[in-house]
Ligand binder design. Structure first.
Ligand code: NAG
Ligand code: NAG
Ligand code: NAG
Ligand code: NAG
Ligand code: NAG
Ligand code: NAG
Ligand code: NAG
Ligand code: NAG
Length: 464
């Protein structure tokens, strides 16, 4: 991700506004639900007026005895044109309060158009959101209602133990968003114009826990595809994310202030980071993912606007990165504080990647950032069995570390990176980088310094 992110604060403000704005249109809609005595409406969802009659009212409740809440039974049409938002909100409210684990079914063979929506909990544990059909938002910024957030489309808020799964497609219709004149090279004569540039993240989980995302395809998101903020225990499995290589800011999976994350057996090709790991993440395990084209797997950027960032215990293993701008990257801004430590990149195959291995403590979008002494420290980084080819436009290994706070304990083992074309081997680049290679690497690394620099021992800015 190359631009500023939606902060917690900004989310809070838009969230409160959304809440207040919808309160005025609150209606009594419990009469069509079976368990109206126990009905706790989610605070956000806004029921329609008048409520549609269930399409297939087995008992007038909108769900059958297996606890399946088919959105069509709440009035959803699924022709890709009619706005089905209200039906989804009703199905959500009904299923959310169901005593037994409930399934919200988005059936196969239908395209449901829904507006920017916050599906809000708490709900009964064990809710399943089963997407077998297609979900799509309005087509581009001109069809996006003015009152709706332009930063997010489908949001799940304060949910514990939910599974979002199925063989269906979350189709973000990002094309018109990517072409906004504010996006890189999209203004007049290939310039980038000033002006509002917000574009929605396709799926966002916020303050939720014990989540499973399984099997879905997410396609052409206007901006980030799948994002987790302030979540705990997240399992992402067998998902497939696609967006064109030149689509701006379409990060595949972004996590922030989130811990206990597993991302497995997934395929991502997009126009920005394949997976990006922001501040406040720890205990993250990524295994068997294929990235590319993309900007690779990235920890950061961290420490923007002199902020404090802590990231630890991250493992990326048994994965493939191809035709990407970066392989495995750690990027921090000057002026930040905090630490990145305990990072392992293991068994990663690179195929024609620029910067397969890169640490950049001088991350800067404008190339005009002032040098500062404070930095997010980087230590205990292990690269083992990283093999394949690199794009000869940049060196295969690049360790650019802070003058005041060098990187320490960088360990290389079984690293073999060959030029994708030709024979000219580029030397690894190091600046204030400490560590060692446990085996002979290709190309050989002679620029890492030994030991621990004295400046680190006296610096307590980097504790988390
Ligand atoms: C809401 O509906 C329930 C069930 O039909 C009914 O008992 C209640 O009086 C209604 N409340 C209002 C405010 O209309
Ligand atoms: C409930 O609906 C689901 C989905 O349509 C269906 O697979 C299931 O068989 C239904 N169960 C009953 C008991 O009707
Ligand atoms: C765009 O490029 C064309 C052809 O080079 C030129 O005539 C025109 O003035 C340019 N427009 C702007 C706004 O720079
Ligand atoms: C998440 O699941 C774990 C294990 O089942 C449980 O201990 C924990 O309480 C759950 N989290 C929340 C917020 O309920
Ligand atoms: C790795 O992920 C791919 C894509 O999802 C899957 O086809 C393959 O079976 C996975 N490999 C292993 C060893 O699980
Ligand atoms: C690191 O994270 C993994 C989960 O990815 C967890 O199982 C392990 O206990 C963590 N290690 C430490 C030292 O906390
Ligand atoms: C910042 O420091 C780096 C490394 O010492 C140096 O290459 C670069 O020229 C400096 N930039 C400025 C703007 O002083
Ligand atoms: C250096 O890192 C390795 C693994 O990355 C770890 O086992 C070792 O304890 C670290 N050494 C120091 C001095 O922190």
């Amino acid at each position: 991700m190359e631009h500023s992110r939606l902060s917690l604060l900004e989310f809070g403000i838009s969230f409160i506004c959304f809440f207040l704005c919808t309160q005025a249109r609150w209606h009594n809609h419990t009469k069509h639900h079976k368990h109206n005595k126990n009905h706790r409406s989610s605070t956000i969802s806004e029921p329609p007026t008048p409520p549609p009659e269930p399409a297939d009212p087995s008992d007038g409740s909108g769900y059958n005895s297996s606890g399946v809440f088919d959105v069509r039974n709440f009035g959803a049409i699924g022709d890709g044109i009619i706005d089905d938002t209200d039906a989804f909100k009703m199905a959500w409210d009904a299923a959310c309060n169901q005593v037994d684990p409930a399934v919200i079914l988005v059936p196969y063979g239908f395209d449901f158009m829904i507006q920017s929506t916050i599906f809000s909990g708490p709900c009964k544990d064990g809710l399943v959101f089963q997407v077998d059909g297609t979900l799509m938002p309005p087509d581009g910024p001109d069809s996006w209602p003015q009152k709706n957030s332009r930063r997010q489309w489908l949001v799940f808020y304060r949910i514990n133990e939910m599974s979002l799964q199925g063989g269906g497609v979350i189709y973000g219709r990002g094309e018109k968003w990517w072409d906004l004149p504010c996006k890189p090279h999209k203004g007049i004569n290939g310039t980038t114009m000033p002006g509002p540039c917000d574009s929605p993240t396709a799926i966002r989980f916020f303050m939720s826990s014990n989540l499973t995302i399984h099997g879905l395809k997410i396609k052409n998101s206007p901006q980030f595809n799948l994002r987790f903020d302030n979540c705990k225990n997240v399992h992402v499995e067998s998902i497939h994310i696609t967006a064109p290589a030149l689509s701006p800011n379409t990060d595949g999976i972004h996590i922030e202030n989130t811990n206990g994350v597993g991302i497995y057996n997934s395929v991502i090709s997009n126009g920005d980071d394949c997976v990006s790991i922001g501040s406040g993440c720890f205990d993250v395990d990524i295994e068997n993912i294929t990235c590319g084209p993309s900007h690779g797997i990235s920890i950061g950027s961290l420490g923007n606007h002199n902020s404090r960032a802590c990231v630890s215990n991250i493992t990326v293993r048994d994965s493939v990165i191809r035709v990407s701008d970066n392989g495995v990257r750690i990027k921090t801004w000057q002026g930040g504080s905090g630490a990145v430590s305990g990072i392992t990149f293991s068994n990663i195959h690179m195929d024609n990647v620029r910067n397969p291995i890169i640490i950049d403590q001088f991350y800067c979008l404008t190339k005009r950032c002032a040098n500062q002494t404070s930095a997010v420290s980087v230590s205990e980084i292990l690269y083992e069995n990283i093999k394949g080819t690199y794009n000869i436009r940049s060196p295969p290994m690049h360790f650019a570390c802070s003058d005041s706070l060098p990187c320490t304990n960088i360990t290389l083992s079984d690293v073999e990176l060959l030029p994708a074309e030709g024979y000219s081997v580029l030397d690894p680049y190091c600046w204030n980088a400490y560590g060692d290679s446990q085996t002979l690497t290709i190309p050989p690394v002679s620029c890492l310094m030994e030991g621990i620099p004295g400046s680190i021992l006296n610096n307590d800015m980097h504790y988390c």
